[in-house]
Design a protein around this ligand. Sequence first.
Ligand code: FAD
Ligand code: NAD
Length: 473
Amino acid sequence: MTVPSVKTVTAKVLVVGGGPGGYVAAIRAGQLGLDTVLVEADRLGGTCLIRGCIPSKALIHVAGRFEAMGQSLGDGRFGIALDTPPRLDLAAAVRWKDGIVDRLSGGVAALLRKAKVRALRGWAVFSDAKTCTVQTSDGPLTVRAEHVILATGSEPVPLPALPFGGPVLSSTEALSLDRLPRRLAVVGGGYIGLELGSAFAKMGSAVTVVEAQPRILPLYDAALTDPVRRWLERAGVTVHLGARALGMEATGDGHALVVQTADGGTIRLPADAVLSTVGRRPRLEGWGFETMGVDRQGAFVAVDDQCRTSMRNVWAIGDLVGEPMLAHKASAQGEMVAEIIAGHRRRFAPAAIPAVCFTEPEIVSVGLSPTEASAQGIDAIVDQFPFAANGRALTLDAGESGFVRLVARREDRRVIGIQAVGAHVSELSGEFALALEMGAELEDLAGTIHAHPTLGEVFHEAALRLLGRPLHF
Ligand code: FAD
Ligand code: NAD
């Protein structure tokens, strides 16, 4: 019997994983003239583009439009009145979302081609640190490279009592439903639970959130999450804090989520679907990671400040290497590693990585919060400026509960943290990050002319207020 020979390709750089970490690393490596192969088992774009950031923000947009139209029913709002309620066709909304995903995934393929990266579709399995075999549609292919960049990302963590399947959805299934669940129970009041839970509430599901901690979005401080808590209350979303999901039970007309409440009691929440979003873990199983001799740090791959692993010329980036598990961090690390391989002097030491939560209203945090500053023993001054005093916020009907908060070192007025909550504040995150990265002082912000009328003026006024000379307060 003849054993079919496995074709072998060699490259300077092999990138495993085509998410925002891996594809950016590959594009940059290609741009720098490095002979690069990218292996992706699924479609190009990774969690972020195919089943994460982009699909969720598309559905959040649909939900917002639908809710706004519903608010125009009867007497109407802003002089716009509807006589009949809007109808939601979730399957059509999902098709619209899929169109955006297709377009962007195709765009990634084109960018890789332009950078002369060879993209292979298939699951890579390593036999040693520099060699993997990819099951492509044309058969197995062995890839050997001088440098390997691991960017295999992360996957949702299932609760043992609540395995995914049937009515128990991970974010992936929740983003591709063709019918709205009438009653949706969300386990985990973190990023995904609240972004998607709020969107489903806007679309008309009766949503209940079960969160183990005493607060929603425990990552952010209470001042930032309070407006979100108040919105959830107004939207009729029930939130059980300090509560844990114990499992599912069949009921006469479907299922119920069994929950242990903060006082130790047990309640049953009838639900057509349960969205379980209790965190994500690095994807380390099933691709021969254990053959590579690469060290871990806890659940993640251990890396230094250049994303080098313990094995020479093996690099790891993105969700695989730890918090924050955010797309822009993955991309920044990918770009950096490609440049280091090409001989540039780089290190991953950002002044800040912005975090944005796309809830209602949105939250942004860049740098240190007042509590983090004081925990680090920094003598800081803190103040905030409300959206209620900003013309643009009022014209956007967003004046009610937003603010921008600044944290600065007392001794030299250097800005060390910027947080905001309010409609559309995600779009201010770039300006906030730039200010921190450039080492801005309050006078720099105060001396920068901000266009009128924009939400950015709130940032300007927050600086003026912290300097003791607000103009519009
Ligand atoms: P991933 O994007 O997970 O990509 C890894 C890729 O590797 C996958 O495509 C996988 O198929 C491939 N792969 C794995 N193993 C192999 C193998 N052996 N062979 C071949 N291919 C392999 N982040 C934000 O910054 N903003 C947001 O708004 C945001 N929203 C999110 C919403 C949801 C619902 C979810 C789930 C996540 C969200 N995230 C968001 C997080 C973001 O998606 C991740 O931080 C980001 O995708 C991580 O990028 P990565 O390149 O490290 O990994
Ligand atoms: P998360 O860590 O944001 O939230 C998980 C929540 O589940 C926490 O509040 C936790 O206290 C709670 N929890 C844990 N075990 C529980 C239990 N047994 N019962 C009830 N609650 C429980 O995780 P996620 O929402 O799954 O998101 C995963 C990651 O994806 C995020 O950490 C983030 O890095 C990324 N993400 C980012 C964005 C964004 O940038 N806008 C959006 C979505 C996801």
